[in-house]
Design a binder for this molecule. Structure first.
Ligand code: GAL
Length: 420
């Protein structure tokens, strides 16, 4: 028996099962199979991205009914639990969203997803995705999922008016976390929230970008390959910075999903918000003009580094409608699918053959940075660490942020998380 949470989630998802957006609805009579696609894109720019992809899917595969199995909750905070239950009960969807890197590899190790190498050959995908990205999806020479996009996690969004009121230059860049903290403290004096923050996973993302800023690329990568000591003094100093950043954030952070934290920034109640570049599309959808109403830059101390994640779709073992799965994956990997999806989602195509001029100014910059910057893997979004380690880090952050533990205990919990 599935739990109550799962039942509730399925009611939500089945409530919109089979519906495609507006003008893209298909006539059931012509459809010979279906594709139940599991994701966490239920609202705002995330839903807009999914709808755009479904519209291309309906054009490319009019015989397949799209069944929308979404579970709300940013970064898959609820969806991954529901999915884990479904997979353990041999009740997989036809395809599910995951993240390139450690998250996908974990499904492979559990024997829960199929090798897609022959589809890569059939659709010529080895030539159109960056080789490094393909290697993140490869285990023992087999490729296990199809990336829909590339997102950047280490971005900060800035409200220029809030900064001006605090006597700060909105265009100033800060090369260290310590300098940035001084600016945040100036905002605090004006009575506004210096740093808008949301619930648990967004706090983990803030920890990730703080570690990246303070330890540098080599030190940050070392956290995942064992060459950086989680128990050492450098990590300790970075955790102290993280603690200050938490103190400079809104006290109701645990109640806010990422769009609500971002809204604090947009509505002039907060100066900064650290959020992945799905924020770009969300802000533009809400009518904000990027570059004037809201400014952006890499998180202080991380210029020249692209902290990447990629949403990617899989073929679960035992998928009930393999033809539907294949059709969906073909659309995800197709040029038309990637252009339509990413225009709406704020990310950039994983395919390297898309025309940059079709994308927003923000995205054109991201396309360039992805080529020129040093690439590192996101912790909060499944690329850097196995899900068990990420879960343990998330629990440690939650205890620390709610003041159940002190700094020393926090660091100890992180050391234990890394040991697995
Ligand atoms: C990430 C996902 C993004 C975006 C974000 C917020 O994990 O890769 O596409 O949806 O969560 O929900």
């Amino acid at each position: 028996m599935r739990g109550v949470a799962l039942a509730a989630a399925m009611v939500t998802s089945l409530g919109i099962a089979g519906c495609a957006s507006g003008d893209t609805e298909q006539s059931a009579a012509t459809q010979t199979t279906e594709a139940e696609v599991f994701s966490w894109w239920t609202e705002g720019s995330e839903k807009a991205g999914l709808d755009a992809l479904v519209a291309v899917f309906n054009k490319q595969h009019p015989n397949v009914q799209f069944v929308n199995a979404t579970v709300a909750g940013g970064a898959g905070s609820n969806a991954t639990q529901v999915l884990a239950e479904r997979l353990s009960e041999y009740d997989p969807p036809d395809s599910f969203q995951s993240h390139a890197g450690a998250a996908v590899v974990d499904y492979v190790k559990r024997g829960q997803i199929e090798d897609l190498s022959s589809l890569y050959d059939e659709w010529g995908l080895r030539d159109v995705f960056p080789a490094d990205l393909i290697s993140q999806l490869t285990v023992r020479d087999k490729i296990y999922s199809i990336p829909a996009n590339i997102h950047r996690a280490n971005m900060v969004w800035i409200n220029p008016d809030v900064l001006k009121t605090a006597g700060l230059d909105p265009k100033a860049t800060y090369s260290t976390t310590a300098d940035w903290i001084k600016a945040l403290e100036a905002i605090k004096k004006t009575g506004k929230t210096p740093l808008a923050l949301g619930q648990s996973w967004t706090q983990v993302q803030l920890l990730e970008t703080t570690l990246l800023a303070d330890l540098g690329v080599k030190g940050y990568n070392g956290l995942w390959d064992g060459t950086t000591n989680w128990g050492g003094s450098q990590v300790r100093a970075s955790l102290q910075n993280f603690q200050k950043l938490l103190e400079l954030s809104n006290s109701n952070r645990d109640e806010l999903e990422w769009p609500q934290a971002l809204a604090l920034l947009k509505d002039g109640k907060a100066g900064f918000n650290v959020m992945g570049d799905w924020a770009a599309a969300e802000l533009e959808n809400d009518g904000a003009k990027l570059g004037s109403d809201v400014l952006y830059s890499p998180v202080p101390g991380t210029a020249g580094v692209f902290d990447y994640l990629a949403d990617s779709f899989t073929l679960p073992v035992g998928a009930p409608h393999p033809e539907g799965s294949k059709a969906w994956l073909e659309t995800v990997g197709s040029l038309d699918g990637q252009v339509a999806f990413n225009k709406a989602k704020g990310s950039i195509p994983a395919r390297t053959d898309a025309d940059p001029s079709e994308f927003s100014e923000y995205q054109q910059g991201a396309i360039k940075d992805f080529k020129d910057n040093t690439i590192v893997s996101s912790l909060a979004h499944g690329a850097a660490a196995a899900p068990t380690e990420l879960d343990a880090i998330t629990a440690a952050v939650a205890d620390f942020a709610t003041q159940k533990t002190d700094l020393a205990a926090f660091q100890k919990a992180l050391v234990a998380a890394a040991k697995g």
